[in-house]
Design a protein around this ligand. Structure first.
Ligand SMILES: Cc1cc2nc3c(=O)[nH]c(=O)nc-3n(C[C@H](O)[C@H](O)[C@H](O)COP(=O)(O)OP(=O)(O)OC[C@H]3O[C@@H](n4cnc5c(N)ncnc54)[C@H](O)[C@@H]3O)c2cc1C
Length: 459
């Protein structure tokens, strides 16, 4: 028996910045780096940008507002504006401007990257770093060409799982401190052929009135007081649903896709917990589709307006809320959030609450009101640049859901607009590293914050 030894081909060109993972944080990071003049390449496993926001179909953006003002501005504002211009974004009557079409998002992000002069290598997986002390010299990736070595001055690990930083030896944490369990995963899907007017009327009769078919949001979680709970109880009794199908159920309309509802469920079986495990991710697709089939039959039988509905799409990516988090130069904590900690080197402001979907069926912690400073309507905490710097590595930045935070703190900062802001900061900082020939710790976080503010960030 002989194993074929695959040669590693070195790409002749080099880049200033390579972004590994063109998802929520990575796409924005690459746009920011390219706009700052860096020769930028994105390495992305799938065939479009946007990651969880597009390929896991996670729509809409969660609101992140304090005192009536959006806390994430900068590139996020431009993204929203461009989505709206195409009919792929929308603002509802309450002023919530976070509705978007994941398909439109794929296109707009790609346009913004290409227009900025950035490049993308799709259908390509990061495999391993080539190290020189605490510096990443190159990354080896795998695609149709086999194993390929790509070189840059600075790297941004936006894989959501810290694949690059962890394989380069950076310390990390994963899951809840005591149990090691991660947040529950979901497989999202889109239902087509929905009669929005009739569904709105049905939901209004069942205690969840809607603005219009364009802006729909309805939900049910066992024991949380949803007016739809009796319908789900009947669904379980009639054998259409399993008990776990009511652990989390939520639907949203999608701009640019009339007659389509995007579902933020089903939550996957509790034992399918680690989204950084390949077999778990595969089983999640199988388990998720079975659950979606139950929901389809239940919705057709129970929800008026859904009688002729069909599965428009299953999300190609499993919805993963939390896996590995780097241990960075600063680890953001629950205390920081609840006491509204600010930082000189802030790159992002957040008011989104601690929001933990436990694999045990109920949320651990999702208060939106209380006596602590964080619950005031004008309150926010900040995320420092140092939370993007992994310990032990000199030329890597890690924005997004795997930035440096405790399990509880990550559950608040992980929402998409914060990933955008962290990505924008990482992209600009990485471009500066390459232009100045320095490492990520040589970037002055206060100077970075000033520059981000000049670019429109709310800092
Ligand atoms: C079910 C669910 C519901 C949510 N609901 C909301 C919501 O309503 N609103 C909201 O704002 N947020 C929501 N969130 C949170 C938010 O969507 C995510 O935390 C955020 O999008 C993560 O962004 P990221 O950039 O860190 O990772 P991702 O967006 O997942 O990007 C990672 C990218 O890296 C690529 N990649 C990974 N590994 C490799 C590799 N080895 N090589 C090459 N490429 C790789 C992936 O393909 C992907 O494109 C939800 C999350 C989930 C899972």
């Amino acid at each position: 028996m002989q194993t074929v030894n695959l040669p590693i081909r070195t790409e002749a060109r080099t880049w200033d910045v390579i972004v590994v993972g063109g998802g929520t944080a990575g796409a924005i990071a690459a746009i920011a780096a390219a706009r700052a003049g860096a020769r930028t390449l994105v390495v992305e496993a799938l065939g479009s940008l946007g990651g969880t926001g597009t390929n896991a179909q996670v729509t809409p953006l969660m609101r992140n507002v304090a005192a009536g003002v959006n806390l994430n501005r900068g590139l996020t504002d431009e993204l929203k504006r461009r989505l709206c211009e195409r009919g792929d974004g929308a603002t509802d009557r309450s002023g919530n401007d976070n509705w978007f079409n994941p398909e439109g998002m794929k296109y707009v992000l790609e346009r913004m990257l290409v227009e900025a002069g950035g490049e993308v290598l799709y259908h390509t997986h990061f495999v391993a770093p080539e190290l020189e002390g605490g510096r990443v010299r190159a990354v080896v990736v795998h695609n149709k060409d086999g194993l390929v070595r790509l070189e840059a001055h600075t790297y941004i690990d936006a894989t959501g799982d810290a694949d690059l930083a962890v394989r380069a030896g950076a310390p990390f944490e994963a899951g809840e401190a005591e149990s090691g369990l991660h947040q529950a995963m979901s497989l999202r899907f889109m239902l087509g052929g929905v009669d929005g007017e009739r569904l709105c009327a049905f939901l209004a009769r069942h205690g969840q009135p809607q603005e219009s078919p364009r802006f729909m949001h309805f939900w049910m979680v066992w024991g949380k007081g949803s007016s739809l709970e009796p319908l789900f109880r009947r669904g379980v009794e009639e054998g259409l649903l399993l008990e776990r199908d009511g652990d989390y159920f939520q639907g949203f309309s999608v701009p640019g896709q009339p007659g389509v509802i995007s579902f933020n469920c089903p939550r996957l079986a509790a034992e399918l917990n680690d989204g950084a495990d390949a077999w778990t991710l595969s089983r999640a697709q199988v388990d998720g589709k079975e659950a979606i089939d139950r929901l389809l039959r239940f919705l057709r039988a129970t929800f008026e307006g859904c009688e002729n509905a069909f599965i428009a799409s299953y999300a190609p990516m499993v919805g993963v809320r939390e896996t590995r988090r780097i241990v960075g130069e600063y680890v953001l904590t629950l205390e920081d959030i609840l006491h509204c900690k600010t930082f000189e080197d802030a790159v992002c402001r957040n008011h989104y609450p601690v929001d933990i979907h436990t694999p045990r069926g109920q949320k651990l912690y999702h208060e939106r009101s209380g006596d602590l400073p964080y619950f005031k309507p004008d309150a926010f905490h900040e995320i420092p640049y140092r939370s993007l710097i992994p310990q032990g590595l000199s030329n890597v930045l890690v924005p997004g859901r795997c930035a440096s935070a405790t399990f509880e703190a990550q559950s608040a900062i992980r929402v998409q607009q914060n990933c955008h802001s962290m990505g924008e900061a990482a992209g600009l900082a990485a471009a500066w590293c390459a232009a100045r020939g320095v490492g990520v710790r040589e970037i002055d976080g206060v100077e970075l914050r000033e520059a981000l503010r000049r670019q429109g960030a709310n800092l």
